[in-house]
Design a protein around this ligand. Structure first.
Ligand code: ASN
Length: 481
């Protein structure tokens, strides 16, 4: 029995590796490019939750020109930088300033857009100079060059900082008066103000520079070459100008401004639901898919580890206890980041986000499953095993015929419970950029800033699904009795 179980564990691991390698092999033909969640006019989601913007259109035009394929991953700027470093992404196109510090770690393309850092304050604010920031709070965005610039001024001007993962939340903090100022790139800040964000720029652009497309130093050089060649071509044939003009045109600006306005019929609860129906359904589909695949893997893994724990073999028991201890002890978020960002930087092998998500669920939820499987079997009266053995049944048969059927009954509620927990836990996997329900919500809010209404919709969807699942499980349990 021990051997069989170990065989099964190896088989499960082999399947997962095969799955991950095959998806990777497939993905390698297409370059994976990270971008920001929302950084208009360079990247943002349109009404249909499709990514558009100067960066996106330039990249697509260049890819077409140079015959390569890209898959765009709107994971957020800081997450993109980390994923590029761990080898999960091939490049970043995210309004990324080519700073000297970054040039040590990354290779940049030829410059494609002029930038510089500015300070913005609320529309009605009296602050016009850095000197007025003393003792005040300033909002910055995680991992950005403008944020670094603000940090370099912090001691001299005596202000404190608070960090946000995306630009919109940073602006909001200033609009709402929690912070007195924020630091942002000049083309992005100007665009946000033009499209209705209630801020104003009060400083001249500092540390002027350019945006570039980035790859890891010494890697993906052929991609960089193609990018540069394509960029030169689209600059020459007028495509570059067309793209930039399209986003800076008064029509696009007016449309963006309109989308931000309150009282817009599309901003009511039902308006939002209707407008984002497609995206929400897709997100929900991904959540359910992740849950089902995750729970299947977790159940197989958990049952095997749980059974190893009750074998009359010290090594098997120790192994089971250790696995449960480690994977139940680690926070799900840490485990997901470790598998998605940590492992690839060690092994050099990419793991697609979905596969990383499933492995995370398998290990974490599987550890809980193993614990209750072990507990369920141990809860069966010891006398049962002794009686079966004294009747001459071998350990394996006694386990299968006598103990497991009784143990299983004890475990059923825990299985159902674990299913519901897994569904909820998938939301944490939005951190690695899986476009499930929670990540879908983040992207919708990045576009329309309707945090309260959109999170209410997302919460309701989770609650409805969980209620349905609970009903189903009660029904199944009744039937089983
Ligand atoms: N402009 C930022 C930087 O260069 C990147 C961003 O916020 N998308 O750091």
């Amino acid at each position: 029995m021990t051997k069989k179980l170990f065989g099964l564990v190896s088989l499960l691991c082999a399947c997962l590796f095969f799955f991950s390698f095959s998806t990777t092999a497939h993905a390698e033909k297409t370059y994976q490019i990270g971008t920001d969640v929302t950084y208009p006019p360079f990247e943002f989601a349109n009404k249909d939750n499709q990514y558009i913007g100067i960066d996106i259109d330039l990249l697509k035009a260049i890819a077409k020109e140079e015959n390569f394929k890209v898959e765009i991953k709107p994971v957020g700027f800081n997450a993109a930088v980390q994923s590029l470093q761990s080898g999960q992404l091939d490049g970043i196109m995210a309004g990324m300033a080519m700073t000297d510090e970054r040039k040590v770690k990354f290779d940049f393309s030829d410059p494609y857009y002029k930038t510089g850092f500015v300070m913005a304050v609320a529309k009605d604010s009296k602050i016009t100079k850095l000197e007025q920031l003393r003792g005040k709070r300033v909002a910055i965005k995680t991992g950005t060059a403008a944020g670094e610039y603000a940090m370099s001024l912090k001691d001299k001007y005596g202000f404190t900082t608070v960090t946000f993962d995306d630009s919109d939340n940073m602006y909001n903090d200033v609009v709402n008066g929690n912070s007195v100022a924020c630091f942002e790139d000049v083309p992005v800040m100007q665009y946000a103000i033009k499209t209705g964000t209630a801020l104003k720029i009060v400083t001249k652009p500092a540390r002027g520079g350019y945006y570039g497309f980035a790859v890891m130093k010494g890697q993906n050089q052929e991609l960089l070459k193609k990018f540069n060649a394509g960029l030169a071509k689209i600059k020459q044939n007028g495509e570059y100008k067309k793209i930039v003009d399209r986003y800076l045109s008064s029509e696009t600006v007016a449309a963006q401004k309109d989308a931000k306005k309150d009282g817009n019929s599309e901003r009511t609860f039902f308006g939002l639901l209707k407008q984002n129906r497609q995206a929400l359904l897709k997100g929900l589909g991904e959540t359910l898919y992740l849950t089902v695949v995750g729970i299947i893997c977790a159940t197989i893994f958990g049952v095997i580890i749980g059974l190893l724990g009750i074998l009359p073999n010290k090594f098997a028991q120790g192994f089971s206890t250790t696995v449960i201890y480690i994977f139940r002890g680690l926070p799900l978020l840490v485990l997901a980041l470790f598998i998605y960002n940590g492992l690839p930087s060690l092994t050099g092998v990419k793991i697609p986000a979905f596969v990383a998500g499933v492995i995370t669920l398998m290990l974490n939820e599987g550890a809980y499953t193993a614990a209750f499987v072990k507990g369920g079997i141990e809860a069966v009266d010891k006398g049962q095993m002794e009686a079966a053995r004294s009747l001459g049944l071998p350990f394996g048969t006694a386990m299968r015929k006598v103990i497991l059927p009784q143990g299983l009954k004890i475990m059923v509620p825990s299985f159902v419970n674990q299913f519901i927990i897994t569904l909820k836990d998938t939301s944490i996997l939005s951190i690695i950029g899986i476009l499930e329900l929670t990540q879908t919500g983040k992207i919708i809010i990045a576009r329309n800033l309707e945090g309260f209404k959109v999170w209410t919709i997302i919460a309701l969807i989770y609650l409805i699904i969980i209620t349905l699942l609970t009903w189903l499980s009660n029904y199944v349990q009744k039937k089983m009795k």
